[in-house]
Design a binder for this molecule. Structure first.
Ligand SMILES: [Zn+2]
Length: 407
């Protein structure tokens, strides 16, 4: 079993890797009055692009530049967006535009630059008729080195250091009397995830609804405490999800998803564990899409750290990996013959949310929103109950030999 000192060391390393990941635990109380952004427009070409967003009140905002990929991030107070996403379709200098909530107190606009750009104008202007304000953002093409200089010149630093380490509080022991399982509802806030082919339901809502059902079922199991990484429609970066799970003492992480594939005929559940090399093309594509969540959420990724040559960490990783695989097999075993599974239902790829070196983790694609049969099931409360029951059974199977061996 993994010693506490090792866990502390691992957590130290992971805390560094997690970078800005820890900022979320204390979001201030939700302000009662959100701003309303009620209309927007975009126009421009490869050299200049203008975005205008109409607000009911004057928006305070802050602009930041982030590299790799190059993005302009506009942070806003809590805002209700009353216009459709395609109102701000990628145009001119921008290849991707997202807006949405970050948490109860903040919202964000993320402009991914097709070519390096900077805002030459960023101002909230009162409308001439005295009704509301418009946020005017004028972007202009700049040389790549100028964009890099903008990024470098920012005094912006990650909001919080990794949480303090209390090794005694976080022993990884699958046979402990209280077994803590983190359920991670994929996507959220500005990152809606996939969209149902027929119902247009957002993946972030499906994962949250499912997570709550699973949470309640697991919580009823003796000796098990279930925690959610998010219980509202908010954005969490991938490393924040891991940090939150660890802060809550989780010994296991289950990340829930329901993505789309280009092949609409493919359906069924898939269980993923982490690996450097993807098991197949589909797994690689899915991991890339899941990892893109940080990009569209305006998250600054920590610079690639040098490979950590720590033998203890390596051993911990290997042990964690073995537990992750064992959990994946338990889930497949529990699902078999009960719900639809895709061929080779246990696959692996480089999902960033599964990166905790000391917390066994799986990512579960419950089904695919690109398949209409799967979509109907994903929206069916009875199916949700059934799958949650099967997952409870899987956790029991996973844990049984560990408990029997006394950990
Ligand atoms: Zn997803």
């Amino acid at each position: 079993m993994i010693g506490r000192i090792v866990v502390a060391a691992v957590w130290l390393v992971f805390g560094v890797l997690a970078g800005q990941g820890a900022a979320l635990a204390s979001s201030p109380d939700a302000p009662s009055d959100k701003l309303l952004a009620y209309a927007a427009r975009i126009a421009g070409d490869d050299a200049r692009t203008r975005i205008v967003i109409d607000f009911d009140q004057k928006p305070d905002f802050e602009v930041r530049y982030i590299a790799s990929p190059d993005r302009i991030v506009v942070d806003l107070p809590a805002t209700a967006f009353g216009f459709a996403a395609d109102t701000l379709a990628p145009t001119g200098l921008f290849s991707d535009i997202r807006f949405g909530s970050m948490d109860d107190a903040s919202a964000r606009l993320v402009l991914t630059a097709a070519r390096p750009a900077r805002l030459v104008t960023a101002e909230a202007v009162e409308n001439e008729d005295g009704k509301g304000f418009r946020l005017v953002l004028d972007a202009e093409l700049v040389p790549q080195q100028d964009f890099a200089a903008l990024v470098a010149a920012q005094a912006w630093t990650p909001a919080a250091a990794p949480p303090p380490i209390d090794p005694a509080a976080a022993p990884v022991d699958p046979a402990a009397s209280e077994f803590v399982i983190a359920i991670d509802a994929g996507h959220g806030g500005i990152d809606a995830g996939a969209t149902g082919a027929t119902s247009k339901t957002a993946e972030k809502d499906i994962t949250l609804a499912f997570a709550k059902v699973l949470h309640d079922k697991l919580a009823k199991q003796p000796g098990i405490r279930a925690v959610l990484t998010r219980d509202t429609d908010r954005f969490l970066s991938l490393s924040e999800r891991v940090v939150v799970a660890r802060q809550k003492g989780a010994q296991l992480l289950i990340s829930l998803h329901a993505d789309t594939l280009r092949q609409g005929d493919i359906r069924g559940a898939t269980v993923y564990t982490i690996s450097d090399k993807a098991s197949d093309h589909m797994a690689a594509q899915l991991a890339e899409r899941e990892n893109f969540s940080d990009t569209l959420g305006g998250v600054e990724l920590p610079a690639e750290t040098a490979e950590v040559n720590d033998i203890l960490l390596d051993l911990t990783r290997r042990e964690t990996q073995a537990f992750s695989i064992s959990l994946a097999q338990a889930v497949v075993g529990s699902f078999e013959g009960q719900i639809s599974l895709i061929n080779n239902p246990h696959r692996h790829a480089g999902f960033r949310v599964l990166q905790a070196p000391d917390m066994p983790s799986i990512l579960l694609e419950l089904g695919f929103l690109s398949n209409k049969d799967d979509e109907a099931l994903l929206l069916d409360p009875a199916w949700r109950e059934k799958v949650a029951d099967l997952l409870v059974e899987a956790v029991r199977r996973y844990r049984a030999p560990l408990v029997a061996n006394g950990g």
